[in-house]
Design a protein around this ligand. Structure first.
Ligand code: ADP
Ligand code: MG
Length: 642
């Protein structure tokens, strides 16, 4: 089948055109043509995108060179062949120079078919080349974007270990200037201590083996971690190339480390909680008997002294287990109205010990300070954590200033733009003359586990805890710091609105008086139960003791009018203390109750205790504390009933 060919023909002689076209048909084409004789016809027909343009050299109102010019202006890529009866050598050369595909004489048309075919072929090649150039340019552009913006640093290395290509992430990783790197030996550009492992893996990669290893380098905030990949892309030939990629995995490492750390803390917390609970039971027994011994007249003064020493030591042990429990439970808060100045003065000794001799502590306390509503332990924790950080920031000594003052803060604006009532705060300022912090550290300061201290020195929990406490108390925290210019933490604490009585028994220091009432003691730990009974008996009370909730209910049913006070442990296998108390309240509401526990109650239990104004005593307790709370409960009940 013949090739269809659409021709735009610039020619004033239709006969000449017919001749040419017939010649083409003979050469195997199936030509159709449109004859044009002037510029405007030419321009219009050009838009129909003919396959080829033939043109005579000169026409009355137009000429071949002008047509060629118009074609080029149009940017259309259509082969242009000059066919003339008069074309001389010079004109032919000129037309080719100006972009004609070919030229032919009208009386020598045998070459026409081949000429058209070649022109079309060249045209096709030109278009293909342009397309592939564009594709190449685009892929080069993509590579440029990827290599410039990739967070992964990579280089292409040849068999001589010379750099063929390096991206900016790679050069900045090793603090190199990107320009001028190409051609250099990749090993020469690395820190000495990583050259050897690099070389080994490069050699393997050029033998066709891919590998990956982890690299550690000192970074801005401590150690940075990288994973380095060696990928042989071409190997075993002269053109061998290896791509080395380096990815920063510090953040991932840190997260893993944090996770490990927090899992460890959690496990440790559980362990500590368990041990502390059992210890509290044991300590209750020790406290009880040592205290009773200490007051025994059967002992001589020396022996009484020994007993008191044992009691003191067991009190210290009790303090320790309390702290362990608080740690394991993420702390149970007991907010109360506190005078911040008083607390600071009481903590001063401990602070001075912590800060050491090289740091001078100065207190500037406002003469009049409103009370704040907070947990005392937590407040001391804030002071201690800040002081420890300041001490660490002043390795060569310095000054720590703790200041309190009343402060008014503009509390936002009302809707019509006038300032709302200013809010009053108690402001605690802790300033040191230490190393200070840069912006990066300041940004991450309160993140849990963020630390700039070496492993084993810092946990990164100090400020996270401070932040948590302050926010939970409705306060706010601010930090001002500059490298070399010390650090100031401003802590805004809302003043207490009302004083509230604490539910927990306050221990009276005069030896309490006893009584003769009947008391039912419920505890699953036999030794603790016996110790509790011993104290009560010692104070003159009558006691029944049982080891479980159901047994207590049985006792209540048997002696409904005898029991005058129920003392129960909280954690027991069959029934908890609170369940037992509920049961008692439903059946005989007039009997007062008291809860004891070796655990710090969880927040639900504590809410129950506070909202129901339940009498609560924490194990281990001293005989005096138990006796005094028992007496006060019984007195109150007597008052209500009389
Ligand atoms: P840690 O003390 O265990 O590192 P913190 O949460 O208490 O954890 O503190 C986090 C980081 O904040 C510290 O590692 C330190 O870089 C910075 N920082 C905290 N307080 C100060 C301070 N007073 N001066 C300088 N840097 C501090
Ligand atoms: Mg700290």
């Amino acid at each position: 089948m013949n090739n269809p060919l659409r021709i735009l023909y610039v020619e004033d002689s239709k006969i000449d055109a017919e001749l040419v076209v017939r010649e083409l048909a003979r050469a195997g084409f199936d030509p159709t043509y449109q004859l044009v004789m002037n510029e405007s016809e030419f321009a219009t027909e050009l838009q129909t995108m003919p396959d080829v343009i033939f043109s005579d050299f000169s026409l009355p109102n137009f000429d071949g060179m002008r047509a060629l010019e118009l074609l080029q202006e149009s940017k259309l890529e259509i082969p242009f062949i000059l066919i003339s009866g008069t074309l001389g050598e010079d004109l032919a050369v000129m037309s080719i120079k100006r972009g004609a595909a070919d030229y032919l004489m009208k009386d020598r048309l045998t070459r026409l078919g081949a000429a058209v075919e070649r022109a079309l072929d060249e045209q096709r090649q030109k278009i293909e080349k342009r397309q592939s150039d564009a594709a190449f340019k685009q892929s080069e552009e993509c590579l440029r974007i990827v290599s410039n913006f990739a967070r992964i640093g990579f280089v292409v290395v040849n068999a001589e270990f010379q750099l063929v290509f390096a991206n900016p992430a790679y050069s900045s990783l090793f603090s190199l200037a990107l320009s001028g790197m190409t051609g250099k030996n990749v090993l020469d550009l690395l820190p000495i201590d990583i050259q050897q492992p690099f070389r080994l893996r490069l050699e393997k990669a050029f033998a066709g083996e891919r590998s990956e290893y982890e690299l550690r380098m000192p970074g801005e905030n401590g150690q940075s971690y990288y994973v380095v990949n060696f990928e042989p892309v071409v190997y075993g030939s002269q053109n061998a190339k290896v791509v080395v990629g380096i990815m920063d995995i510090t953040a991932r490492r840190n997260t893993e480390e944090q996770l490990r750390q927090s899992q460890k803390m959690e496990a440790f917390g559980q362990l500590a909680g368990g041990i502390a609970h059992d210890f509290n039971n044991i300590l209750t027994v020790i406290c009880t008997y040592s205290s009773l011994l200490g007051h025994s007249h059967a002992l001589n003064t020396n022996e009484q002294f020994f007993a008191k020493e044992i009691e003191k030591a067991s009190q210290q042990a009790a303090d320790l287990t309390k702290r362990l429990l608080e740690f394991s439970r993420g702390q149970m808060q007991r907010p109360e109205a506190i005078n911040l100045n008083e607390l600071i003065v009481n903590t001063q000794k401990l602070l001075e010990l912590t800060l050491g001799k090289r740091v001078e502590l100065s207190l500037i306390l406002a003469p009049e300070l409103r009370q704040i509503w907070m947990d005392k332990t937590e407040l001391s924790q804030i002071l201690m954590n800040l002081a420890i950080n300041s001490r660490d920031a002043m390795p060569n000594g310095g000054r720590l200033e703790i200041k309190t003052e009343m402060m008014e803060l503009p509390h936002g604006k009302t809707e019509n733009g006038t300032p709302d009532k200013p809010e009053r705060f108690v402001l605690l300022t802790v300033s040191d003359t230490g190393n200070g912090m840069n912006e990066d550290v300041k940004k991450r300061l309160f993140e849990p586990f963020f630390t700039t201290k070496p492993v084993g020195k810092g946990t990164g929990l100090g400020l996270a805890i401070v932040h948590g406490i302050v926010c939970r108390s409705g306060g706010d925290i601010d930090v001002l710091s500059e490298v070399g210019n010390g650090t100031t933490f401003c802590i805004y604490l809302p003043p207490s609105i009302e004083d509230s009585k604490r539910t927990e028994a306050s221990i009276s220091y005069n030896r309490p008086i006893g009584g003769s009432e009947w008391i039912l003691v419920v505890d699953d730990d036999e030794q603790v139960r016996k110790a509790t009974c011993t104290i009560l008996l010692e104070y003159g009370y009558k006691v029944n003791d049982v080891e479980s909730g159901p047994k207590a209910i049985q006792a209540m049913v048997e002696f409904p009018n005898k029991i005058q006070l129920l003392i129960t442990d909280q954690l027991m296998p069959e029934m908890t203390g609170l369940q037992l108390i509920e049961e008692f309240k439903n059946r005989i509401p007039k009997i007062p109750v008291m809860l004891i526990s070796g655990f710090i109650p969880d927040s639900d239990t504590w809410n129950y205790v506070t909202t129901n104004k339940l009498n609560f005593l924490r194990k281990p307790f001293s005989p005096d504390a138990l006796a005094s709370l028992v007496r006060s409960i019984l007195n109150q009940t007597a008052e209500i009933q009389s």
